[in-house]
Design a protein around this ligand. Structure first.
Ligand code: SF4
Length: 335
């Protein structure tokens, strides 16, 4: 029986659990092998996830499970995402959807963000969590590689109201060698779909001399979908099978982004301490409307929020923002 959650469309049955090893065939249906098992539930700043244009300043409860449907050579979470999920279950937390949502509320979190591995491999559990979260007024967001089928993409949009999609590269040989998928086309299709259904930001981890030559092309694609998509260009910190690789040169990558900045008003370049390219500038007058501080892989932080009613205080230009600015310790907002 075929699994239709992602574009691998794995044949499941017996001991076959698919590329992600997270689903099984049971009495003629596809079910999760490890429902409601979570690898973490830590508090994080929404800017660290990263989301720069959704609920600025908010406190997120970040969660994850195990498994992934891609095979990125540089995965920073390979110890969770690429290990055999069955061997990790002893170290997992079991929480019902209601318990998870109550925990977020108790800890003063304004939203729940799935950000460790790929949400597609745990969609049925996440669907149940989203029903509880909606009742409690807690929005949910995620990071995804968007290598999902059309049906699962709509399901993702029904669970998550804000989504950061990792668009890792375009060329087929890059996708095969560095990411482990045959073709990026489904990801591009799903970026368009998700951008029409939810708040979307996009992240591209840059490997110098590998995918940096595609930056102009990626920017042009995003501008075609929606000029106001926030784009996070990440300086790749080589991990997992790329531990020996050089750290990309900051000036070289920043220089390569010049053309992209003419196409997209919200281009950010970060994942290194003290980046100068983490502020949101008004696309019309250039004023700094949201200022942030980057702690590199330690996360990012809202520094000053200067918008008034989601608009530039100098010229009134409407800034793309999903949800309100929320004080980290505030009791207002979603709580
Ligand atoms: S979600 Fe997992 S089992 Fe289903 S098609 Fe994708 S890789 Fe295969």
């Amino acid at each position: 029986m075929k699994c239709n959650y992602c574009e691998w469309r794995c044949e499941l049955g017996g001991d076959s659990y698919g590329v992600c090893r997270m689903y099984q065939e049971e009495d003629g249906t596809i079910t999760e092998r490890f429902p409601h098992k979570w690898c973490t539930y830590v508090i994080s700043r929404v800017e660290s996830v990263p989301f720069y244009h959704a609920y600025p300043g908010s406190r997120s409860m970040t969660i994850g499970t195990t498994g992934c449907n891609m095979a990125c050579r540089y995965c920073v979470n390979a110890f969770i995402a690429k290990e055999e999920p069955a061997t990790l279950q002893d170290t997992m937390y079991t929480f019902t959807p209601a318990e998870l949502v109550q925990m977020a509320i108790k800890r003063g979190c304004h939203n729940i963000v799935f950000n460790v591995n790929e949400p597609t491999v745990s969609l049925p559990s996440l669907l149940e969590v989203s029903k509880e979260a909606r009742l409690a007024g807690i929005p949910m967001g995620c990071l995804t590689n968007a290598y999902t089928t059309e049906e699962a993409t709509e399901l993702l949009a029904s669970v998550f109201s804000f989504v950061n999609i990792s668009l890792k590269g375009l060329a087929a040989d890059f996708c095969r060698e560095y990411v482990g998928i045959p073709d990026v086309k489904p990801v591009l299709r799903n970026i368009k779909t998700l951008a029409s259904l939810t708040h979307v930001e996009v992240t591209t981890p840059v490997i110098e001399s590998v995918n940096d030559k595609e930056l102009d092309q990626i920017a042009a694609f995003l501008a075609d979908v929606d000029k106001e998509i926030p784009w996070h260009v990440f300086r790749l910190l080589p991990e997992y099978k790329m531990k020996e690789a050089e750290y990309p040169n900051i000036e070289a990558i920043n220089g390569a982004l010049e053309k992209s900045r003419q196409l997209l008003p919200y281009v950010y370049f970060h994942n290194f301490v003290g980046s100068d390219w983490v502020n949101t500038l008004c696309p019309q007058c250039g004023s700094a409307v949201i200022e942030r501080f980057s702690l590199g892989c330690g996360g990012d932080k809202l520094d000053r929020y200067n918008c008034r009613n989601k608009a530039c205080p100098e010229c009134g230009y409407r800034i793309k923002l999903h949800g309100d600015r929320i004080e980290w310790n505030g009791q207002g907002g979603q709580l």
